[in-house]
Design a protein around this ligand. Structure first.
Ligand code: OAD
Length: 230
């Protein structure tokens, strides 16, 4: 029974209407990453950062999972072996598409984090830095998002899962942001076969053993079908 480890990125949610980061009309072409996705940017202007993530949260809450999300949910419930899903995405479309136990290595829009005491609670649709923490009452609320310069979540769990995987699959990620971009090389070093599913070859495409290119809503359900038949 095989253990399939899947890494997803913004491309899997693109057809649900959520913007990617580095495509021609991506979020990082419209917003300054240093201002909205770093601890320094948050210290300079928390209101701007909250506005950015409030808009992302509204888009996410209004979006619905697409056929790629639901195919991965189906794979998790029907595959005889284990399926681990690690996502760089901060949306909850994997969960709403029927998948469980998602590792959100870059955090989650649906979670609020107290910058004072690290308490977490469900984020309201609109957040502000002045909202008091339900635990320590300090008005120092931030989105529960891993910013550039911060350590991604659950790295020990991720490397443990990677070391036990029989297949590594990356879906809809450009291979720009480490450590996630390095997982394919780690998998290769451990002798694990690797597969890329993406609209077009990513920056790390040459590291993969195999690839299928096209929109996620077409290629992911097709691949899941093939896995479940094999
Ligand atoms: P990117 O925007 O860097 O890459 C999106 C990838 O999805 C590209 O390779 C596209 O070709 C592909 N893509 C676009 N539309 C697609 C579709 N319909 N079907 C399949 N693939 C499609 O997004 P990520 O790789 O997820 O981090 O970015 C990684 C991290 O960079 C994000 O988690 C975020 C960002 O800065 C933080 O904010 C910390």
């Amino acid at each position: 029974m095989t253990h399939i480890l899947i890494l997803t990125g913004a491309g899997i949610s693109a057809e649900s209407g959520l913007g990617t980061f580095r495509d021609v009309d991506g979020l990082w072409t419209k917003y300054d990453l240093d201002e909205v996705a770093t601890p320094e940017g948050f210290a300079r202007n928390p209101t701007l950062v909250h506005e950015f993530y409030n808009a992302r949260r509204a888009n996410c809450f209004d979006a619905t999972p697409n056929a790629a999300h639901t195919a991965l949910g189906r794979l998790q419930s029907e595959h005889a072996g284990r399926v681990t899903i690690i996502t760089q995405n901060v949306d909850d479309l994997h969960e709403r598409g029927g998948a469980t136990d998602i590792i959100h290595m870059h955090g989650e829009l649906r979670s609020a984090l107290c910058a004072n005491c690290d308490h977490r609670w469900p984020a309201p649709r609109e957040m502000s830095a002045e909202a008091p923490c339900p635990s320590c009452a300090e008005p120092n609320t931030r989105p529960d998002i891993v910013w550039f310069g911060e350590m991604p979540y659950r790295m020990e769990d991720i490397y443990a899962a990677l070391s036990e995987a029989d297949l590594f699959v990356a879906i809809g990620t450009s291979g720009n942001v480490y450590p996630a971009a390095g997982f394919v090389m780690e998998a290769r070093a451990m002798g694990i076969p690797t597969l890329e599913l993406n609209l077009e070859p990513s920056d790390t495409a040459s590291a993969f053993n195999e690839a299928r290119f096209g929109p996620a809503t077409q290629i992911v359900p097709g691949w899941v079908e093939d896995v479940l038949k094999s």
